[in-house]
Design a protein around this ligand. Structure first.
Ligand SMILES: [Zn+2]
Ligand SMILES: [Zn+2]
Length: 364
């Protein structure tokens, strides 16, 4: 693929060249100039200070695509971020220069029916940082709408601010499945999204939470983060029946809500089968496109299957949970890198390598 055009020198009035991490091809990330879009009346310019790598960034890095989103020209990755406001659009009233803010990455059209119903996360016109073809935020600076920048209190760090993005997925999932003090929760998958869902379910008051995964190491992290019990499972679909009995025994009470944070035939079959009649199954992970699952047996037990896509209106609650200490996301941050050419290469290889990495964070 071609590099970023020479004419796109992202130089400011003050002479600083804004740099960003451009994905030019498979496993080919380069720090190159990024000319910011003009600052609209309701936009702010934010200097990015912390940015976490997400599974979707890694998919683009490895394949130049993520599900149906394909990268056709150089694109900047990254959407889990926080920074400091440096410039205000002419009409900005809610923020000031110097404010520390967490950025919600998706900007919706605000005029379609879904937006009007408040379900802006499923807006068909959504422009989302680092989701093709929209550029992301792994850059020195970005321009973003004022209403998607949330001021952080002094006791919430910029790294924690960046963690509002993945945490939002867990919060939205718990809202969608109506998790509360009377719902025991099963979480299938102890990757980053399973873990934030665990933290959110606890904060929503779930009395008992059981988590399952194939990886023993991830399960021990989940236990440290507050899971009541964990069950190690196999990848073999034949084992589902036996494992479901084990999971139900370990829960020792009804499983009212299950979240599939993986999205394979086996994980969703486990969630559907383990859930108590009348309960809910939330679909968060979408690893596989089409799945063969026992849907009719779930239907006759009146299991509600709830789709979960990103989040909406979650940043204020995330910040509240972080500020009051109800949720601690710091143990999820396992690796830190600088925003240099070597730093971005090492960071993405670390994140892509799986292993013991949960959240890989840039200090830009
Ligand atoms: Zn993410
Ligand atoms: Zn819309």
């Amino acid at each position: 693929m071609v590099g970023v055009s020479e004419t796109k020198m992202g130089r400011d009035e003050d002479g600083e060249t804004n740099m960003a991490a451009w994905l030019l091809g498979i496993r080919n990330l380069q720090i190159q100039p990024y000319l910011l879009p003009p600052l609209g009346p309701h936009d702010v310019e934010v200097r990015i200070k912390a940015l976490g790598i997400c599974g979707s960034d890694v998919h683009y890095f490895k394949n130049m695509r993520n599900a149906n989103f394909v990268i056709k020209k150089p694109m900047i990755l990254g959407h889990e971020c926080a920074g400091i406001v440096e410039q205000l659009g002419s009409q900005v009233k809610s923020l000031e220069v110097g404010d520390r803010v967490a950025l919600e990455p998706g900007s919706s059209c605000q005029i379609c029916n879904r937006c009007k119903k408040g379900r802006y996360n499923i807006c068909p016109e959504m422009k989302f940082f680092g989701s093709a073809p929209t550029n992301g935020a792994l850059a020195n600076k970005v321009v973003h709408p004022e209403n998607l920048c949330f001021k952080l209190p002094d006791n919430v760090s910029l790294e924690e601010g960046a963690m509002c993005e993945p945490l939002s997925v867990g919060i939205h999932a718990c809202r969608r499945a109506e998790v509360g003090p009377e719902t025991n929760v099963l979480i299938v998958g102890a990757g980053p999204i399973g873990l934030v869902t665990l933290l959110a379910a606890r904060a929503f008051g779930a009395p008992r939470i059981v988590i399952v995964d194939v990886d023993d190491c991830r399960l021990s992290i989940a236990k440290k983060l507050g899971a009541d019990e964990s069950v190690q499972v196999s990848t073999n679909i034949q084992d589902v029946g036996e494992e479901v009995v084990k999971i139900q025994n370990v829960m020792a009470s009804s499983i009212d809500v299950s979240f599939d944070c993986v999205g394979f035939r086996k994980s969703l079959t486990t969630a559907l089968s383990a859930t108590e009649a009348g309960g809910k199954v939330g679909l968060i992970g979408l690893a596989q496109g089409d799945l063969t699952i026992p849907l009719s047996s779930a239907a006759v037990r009146e299991i509600d299957v709830v789709g979960i896509f990103r989040y909406r209106n979650t940043w204020p609650l995330c910040i509240e949970f972080l500020s009051t200490g109800k949720i601690d996301v710091k143990p999820l941050i396992t690796h830190r890198f600088d925003f240099t050419q070597k730093g971005i290469e090492d960071a993405f290889e670390t994140s892509a390598g799986g292993g013991n990495a949960i959240k890989v964070m840039f200090n830009v």
